[in-house]
Design a protein around this ligand. Structure first.
Ligand SMILES: [Zn+2]
Length: 597
């Protein structure tokens, strides 16, 4: 329910990002930074390997200074484009954004390589008190050193990947985007692209949900040779790189990037494995609520029958979300109010706007901007709370850290946002007037966790099975890959779900499995869910005493490892007992859900 008079309030004001809100000026600023990058290159290229601690410090500070100085125009350009692609200035700004970013990256790529070289020869620099501010950043660089190839090999890999695994990955994505699937809706047969047909997965009409799944996966099955060849190529290439770079396991690369370790991810994944029954119990309960003997795979994320269709105006949503944050902490509550008052949220639904939602940090402004399309349903309120949780992270992190120390690991990046969702869940539960309203809120929370923690875990297992099979010399054709997928899937769902036979092709569409040069994309989602649920449990125990702990964690940005950040709250993430706390909180929500039946 969107009232016309809300339109201005719901449109962001990007003028704060720049000195002059003028397209020509913003274009010129984005061009100017290329010149700055050229000067930076002329000044440092070939010299960094000889720098002492003080010179390294000055160079890193110089990079941070430049980042902050030009961040505004760049942020302006990409936000402007995402909100209104059809605006005549949008592509102009966005093209300049892309050109300038590429040029700057190319011109400055040497700096990290040379710094890596320097650290390889003088690892003691990491401990130098002069560089204390950048200590963890340097530690992360040192961790990468043993896996680096020679400069010539690195260059060769980039060139070969372009027409090798990158091409396979692009082929998968491009092919998927040209597929259409037929579906009869209200007596009319429609031919829909993938992005559109999936909306019917959440239709209240059970038969429609089932037919949408059938159509998609029968369609995808026809191209099994293409999907299997792409996947096999990308995975086989990764195994070659594992050997060449000396990564200990196929997961090592991802662990290094995410700043976590084997012990932690092992403890996390084996906790999930021990608790598949907890998820299966919930799915069986959901079947009961839907009046079914067993859930079909097309029912897993289905809406509950007779859920109250409560609608929210922009002001309703703002009130409930800001109040939730305000009750958590007044300072945070004030920041969240500012996000609305200063118009940092673009929530209007308009043609030519990027779908989905995100939060972009504006480091220099010590704040953030949020994009979403608000239609006034409950999940929009959750999305708003989620993105504002990212904004809370940004408000705390940018005040405390330089840009180099605010490159958050995927494992930590969702901490504020998932926590924010739980704050809003609390608030909505408190406000719920009927059992049905309460049940709808809990189902939203539980289904979200079910997907992000449990369903996503099957992808981690699946990926491991792929590498194991390749190492065993198996040929991964479509049927064989499907067999592995079923093995991972059935370990999670047991007998709780009835699957359409064509669901064995589920793996074919998932972009994550085809990502070139970056593998094991999925476990950080699982990490984030369980971590935040464990934290939320602690919040329930400690109350206000917990608040400064969360604020300190978010303020630390990437200046400490996820393991150290957790240790400061008293959590040992290398232990299964810790991750079990997250599961226990999930069980609490399920218990609450059961009580509404
Ligand atoms: Zn998020």
């Amino acid at each position: 329910m969107v009232v016309m008079s809300d339109t201005k309030k719901m449109t962001w004001d990007l003028s704060q990002l720049v000195e002059f809100d003028d397209t020509a000026y913003i274009m010129e600023r984005m061009q100017a930074v290329v010149k700055v990058a050229e000067e930076f290159r002329a000044k440092h290229r070939g010299k960094i390997t000889q720098y002492d601690a003080k010179q390294v410090l000055e160079t890193l500070r110089e990079v941070d200074r430049i980042t902050l100085e030009y961040e505004g125009p760049f942020t302006y350009a990409h936000l402007f484009y995402d909100a209104d692609m059809t605006h005549p200035d949008a592509s102009k700004l966005f093209n300049q954004f892309m050109n300038s970013s590429t040029q700057v990256n190319q011109l400055t790529a040497f700096a990290e390589l040379e710094l890596g070289q320097l650290l390889k020869e003088k690892p003691e620099l990491v401990e130098d008190p002069v560089l204390a501010e950048y200590k963890h950043y340097l530690e992360k660089m040192v961790r990468q050193i043993p896996y680096m190839l020679s400069e010539a090999q690195e260059e060769m890999a980039i060139i070969k990947d372009k027409n090798g695994i990158r091409a396979w990955s692009n082929l998968q994505g491009d092919w998927l985007s040209t597929r259409t699937f037929e579906l009869e809706v209200d007596g009319e047969v429609k031919s829909l692209p993938y992005g559109e047909i999936i909306q019917y997965y959440q239709s209240p009409d059970r038969d429609l949900r089932r037919r949408a799944h059938e159509s998609v996966y029968q369609g995808l099955a026809q191209d099994e040779i293409l999907w299997a060849t792409s996947l096999r190529s990308v995975c086989s290439d990764h195994l070659e790189m594992v050997k060449l770079r000396g990564w200990e396991t196929p997961m090592t690369q991802s662990l290094v990037v995410n700043d976590v370790d084997d012990e932690t991810v092992d403890a996390l994944m084996s906790t999930i494995e021990k608790n598949v029954g907890v998820y299966q119990d919930y799915l069986k309960l959901k079947a009961k609520v839907l009046g079914l003997k067993k859930l079909g795979n097309w029912d897993i994320i289905a809406p509950l029958p007779d859920s109250p269709e409560r609608k929210y105006t922009w002001d309703d949503s703002k009130a409930v979300v800001t109040q939730a944050y305000d009750e958590f902490d007044e300072e945070v509550g004030q920041w969240m109010k500012d996000m609305y008052e200063k118009r940092h949220i673009d929530a209007v639904v308009r043609k030519g706007k990027r779908s989905g939602a995100y939060c972009a940090t504006w480091h220099k402004g010590e704040t953030a901007y949020i994009l979403q399309s608000f239609n006034g349903i409950m999940s929009d309120v959750f999305t708003q709370a989620h993105e504002l949780g990212h904004a809370m992270h940004a408000h705390l992190g940018t005040r405390a850290q330089n840009p180099t120390n605010y490159q958050i690991s995927y494992c930590v990046a969702e901490t504020g946002s998932i926590f924010g969702e739980l704050l809003i869940a609390d608030k909505l539960l408190e406000e719920a007037k009927t059992k049905e309203e309460k049940r709808a809120v809990l189902a939203t929370v539980i289904d979200e966790f079910g997907e992000a923690a449990f369903q996503v875990s099957t992808r981690v297992w699946f990926e491991t099975l792929l590498y194991d099979a390749l190492r065993d010399g198996k040929h991964l054709d479509g049927e064989y890959v499907s067999k592995l997928w079923l093995q991972a899937r059935d370990k999670m769902y047991g007998d709780a779900v009835e699957w359409l036979p064509e669901m064995k092709w589920w793996w074919t569409f998932k972009l994550h499995f085809y990502m070139p040069g970056f593998r094991y994309y999925n476990y950080p989602y699982v990490y984030a869910q369980l971590f935040v649920y464990a934290m939320y449990r602690l919040y329930k125990e400690l109350g206000k005493e917990f608040v400064p702990k969360l604020k300190a964690l978010l303020a630390a940005g990437s200046s400490k490892s996820p393991r150290d950040l957790a240790a400061e709250i008293g959590f040992d993430i290398t232990k299964e007992e810790f991750w079990q706390k997250g599961i226990d909180q999930f069980k609490e929500f399920v218990k609450g859900f059961e009580a509404t039946l």
